[in-house]
Design a binder for this molecule. Structure first.
Ligand code: MGP
Length: 403
């Protein structure tokens, strides 16, 4: 592979954002380290503006993308799973999820012990090796005492985080939270490490935290703000103990959070219809606000897994179209809300997201300096991307290649 020259961020002012792209190789089956050598010929990166946080608006064009050397070569013994994670010998219970069913032990190595997933969980849960890596990395870089998992779903990431820190996991759907609790029990997660909150997370981000502190019970500055809060306030929900874990409403939220992890719905299985770098956080991601009718994935959603008989243009036009636009925040606004709640934010985005748009979203959210775009390759295939905000990653960009 011939080295490409990365775009140089010539604007050395603190108004700029560098998206530092790095590659993490993880393995769970079928490959050995020798068969998949890391590409070690990354170009030398340009100088990076040090990290700072500045809420004033700035010129959104000041985004540079540069690839940085991998931090450490992978150690196969650390990541290898001693099991056959891809298995098509047992027929899938539903033909439309066959692709996911065959990889079920990649999603959860303890799948056979009774893991529960719903329709959305099958296609959106993070494979365990990747979830564990992100949790370890988060602990290393941010050392959060409490992390808020904004879109818990059936618990893939929440379980990985709860192995290393305390987690408060939010989802609008109690059934998903019950499944997550069940799955967490299968992994032996301690009940004091994981609490589940049934609430629309946009309410939690917008009204419950500022700079990591719980503010919902603080005096409100104006009658208008008080009215807006009253309108958005979710109805009370019951508290229950499910498989040893507490599930309840916003009264269970902690007084402080140190980091937020977001793995939001991207709009469904068809997200790659926008091409290799065409997914746009502003235009393609839609997260429904509380209070109006909530669109949830129904059981007949399985019927819509098969999309290939529509042409690309139709699929693009119909992508995410069941969500009411007037009652949504987009992926850029979501980052703004999270950054205001606490600056340490980890954001899972589709692998085909336009990196420039992530840099622009970061600037709009008040970040300056750099963010880390971490690509997760599982057995040499790009699966997911996590973007880390709120830390200075420039040391990665200047580190010497570990060849
Ligand atoms: P994928 O599109 O299912 O590709 O998503 P896969 O299984 O690698 O198969 P391929 O052969 O088509 O490449 C890859 C990963 O993205 C999944 O394992 C999920 O972790 C994640 N993912 C996929 N979708 C559709 C979503 C989503 O809507 N939301 C979130 N948060 N994650 C998703």
């Amino acid at each position: 592979m011939s080295p490409r020259t990365p775009p140089v961020n010539r604007d050395a002012s603190p108004q700029a954002m560098s998206v530092l792209v790095t590659r993490i190789d993880l393995y769970d089956s079928g490959f050995t380290y020798a068969e998949t050598p890391l590409p070690l010929d990354y170009p030398h990166p340009p100088p990076i503006t040090p990290y700072s946080f500045d809420p004033t608006p700035c010129d959104r064009s000041s985004v540079a993308i540069c690839r940085v050397p991998p931090a450490t070569p992978p150690c196969p013994s650390q990541y290898w799973m001693e099991m056959n994670v891809v298995d098509n010998s047992t027929p899938s219970p539903n033909p439309s999820i066959t692709k996911y069913w065959n990889q079920r032990r990649r999603l959860f190595s303890r799948f056979d012990q009774g893991i529960e997933l719903d329709a959305e969980g099958w296609f959106s849960v993070t494979p365990e090796q990747i979830a564990d890596h992100v949790a370890r990395e988060t602990q290393k870089q941010y050392a959060p005492r409490i992390l808020l998992d904004a879109f818990c779903g059936c618990g893939g990431n929440a379980i990985a985080f709860a192995k290393v820190t305390k987690v408060v996991a939010v989802d609008v759907d109690r059934q998903k939270l019950r499944r997550a609790a069940h799955n967490a029990r299968l992994y032996g997660i301690a009940s004091e490490n994981l609490v589940f909150i049934e609430c629309n997370v946009l309410f939690v981000l917008e009204y419950c935290y500022k700079a990591g502190q719980f503010v919902l019970d603080e005096p409100i500055a104006s009658p208008e703000k008080a009215n807006a809060l009253m309108e958005a306030m979710p109805p009370p929900v019951e508290t229950e103990v499910c498989e040893g874990f507490q599930i309840g409403g916003i009264d269970l939220l902690p007084r402080e959070i140190d980091a937020i992890f977001m793995d939001p719905p991207w709009g469904g299985v068809d997200y790659e219809v926008f091409g290799k770098h065409g997914y746009d956080l502003e235009h393609n991601m839609k997260i429904e606000r509380p209070s109006r009718s909530v669109t949830t994935v129904q059981d007949d959603f399985f019927d819509s897994f098969a999309t290939s008989n529509r042409n690309r243009q139709e699929r693009r036009a119909q992508f995410n179209c069941t969500v009411d636009d007037s009652n949504c925040v987009n992926g850029v606004e979501l980052l703004q809300l999270a950054a205001a709640a606490t600056p340490a934010v980890l954001y899972d985005v589709p692998r085909n997201t336009r990196r420039q748009s992530v840099g622009q979203a970061a600037l709009a959210a008040g970040y300056r300096g750099n963010c880390l775009w971490e690509e997760h390759f599982l057995n040499a295939r790009l699966k997911t991307v996590t973007v880390y905000f709120g830390r200075d990653w420039s040391s990665l960009a200047t580190a010497k290649n570990a060849s």
